[in-house]
Design a protein around this ligand. Structure first.
Ligand code: FES
Length: 291
């Protein structure tokens, strides 16, 4: 309360502690000129375990919520290439923030939004304010979605295009597949997943050494690296504990990594220098962390 608004950039998210006590990540939807409040969009999930249901049923005007400072795990990069933004469902939130920033800057771009039906389009006023740069594709099945993406992405010059996408996993996979087939380099296709379906319940035990303190301990087969760190007095900040938000990212000195997060890019994974200890593990028996 009373703190100045932090600097916002498209692709940011905040971790929100819902009234039910769950921590959930929500993208920041703000346009560049909006500095009076942080805007998020929360879709009520029918299977909600206390995240979206709690936000919908227990939050009213005046409710105080604990949120983290905004972090950006999905930044919009100025590359000189033309961005094509593709969103599905509630994945509209970070993509809309990008579209508003590009629009405010007078940049050339286009945004495609895939949704179940015209009545399922959130943030209608904001989308309308972006004019002819926004295309809404309602009620397409997966095959029709793929055709539309072939048409949209196939019409672009591969070397002059960046693709940003957020939405359900299958849609993101289709976007990435189409973009790659159309010759857009993988590193120019960026995406953000809201859910991670690859959170392991365990794995082989391994040893950890902290290169700065020299401390060593074992991560047992039934425990995450993050929890083992905490139990050994190593303070690592965490939020989602699902490998999605990037909060727990930790530097690696050596070790053969087994990544299970959705946060790191292919290049970051290939570097072997970063790990998300909330979900990822080590395959080589010994992991040396830069801590
Ligand atoms: Fe979110 Fe690990 S706590 S990625």
């Amino acid at each position: 309360m009373g703190q100045p608004m932090p600097q916002l950039s498209p692709g940011m998210h905040v971790s929100v502690t819902t009234p039910a006590g769950c921590v959930r990540q929500y993208s920041v939807v703000n346009a560049p000129q909006e500095r009076d409040a942080i805007v998020i969009g929360v879709k009520l999930e029918p299977q909600s375990r206390g995240g979206s249901r709690s936000m919908h049923e227990q939050v009213q005007e005046g409710t105080e919520l604990l949120i983290t400072v905004p972090r950006n795990g999905f930044p919009l990069k100025r590359t000189g290439r033309r961005p094509v933004l593709v969103a599905g469902g509630i994945g509209i939130t970070p993509i809309l923030a990008m579209a508003q920033a590009l629009h405010a800057n007078g940049d050339d771009f286009e945004m495609h939004y895939f949704c179940r039906g015209a009545e399922h389009v959130p943030f209608g006023d904001r989308l309308r304010s972006l004019g002819e740069k926004v295309f809404i594709h309602a009620g397409l099945d997966p095959a029709e979605t793929r055709c539309k993406l072939d048409e949209v992405i196939g019409a672009k010059a591969p070397d002059a295009t960046d693709v940003y996408t957020c939405g359900p996993g299958p849609m993101i996979n289709t976007v990435a597949d189409v973009a790659t087939q159309m010759g857009i380099p993988e590193e120019n296709v960026r995406f953000e997943l809201f859910k991670n379906d690859d959170v392991p319940t365990g794995g082989d035990a391994f040893e950890v050494e902290l290169s700065v303190s020299g401390k060593t301990f074992t991560v047992p087969s039934d425990k995450s690296l993050l929890k083992a760190c905490w139990e050994n007095g190593v303070q690592i900040e965490a939020s989602c504990e699902q490998g999605v938000c990037g909060t727990c990212m930790t530097g690696v000195v050596s070790g053969d990594l087994e990544h299970h997060d959705t946060y790191l890019s292919k290049q970051e994974r290939a570097s072997g220098k970063l790990i998300m200890p909330c979900v990822s593990r080590c395959k080589s028996g010994k992991l040396v962390l830069d801590l």
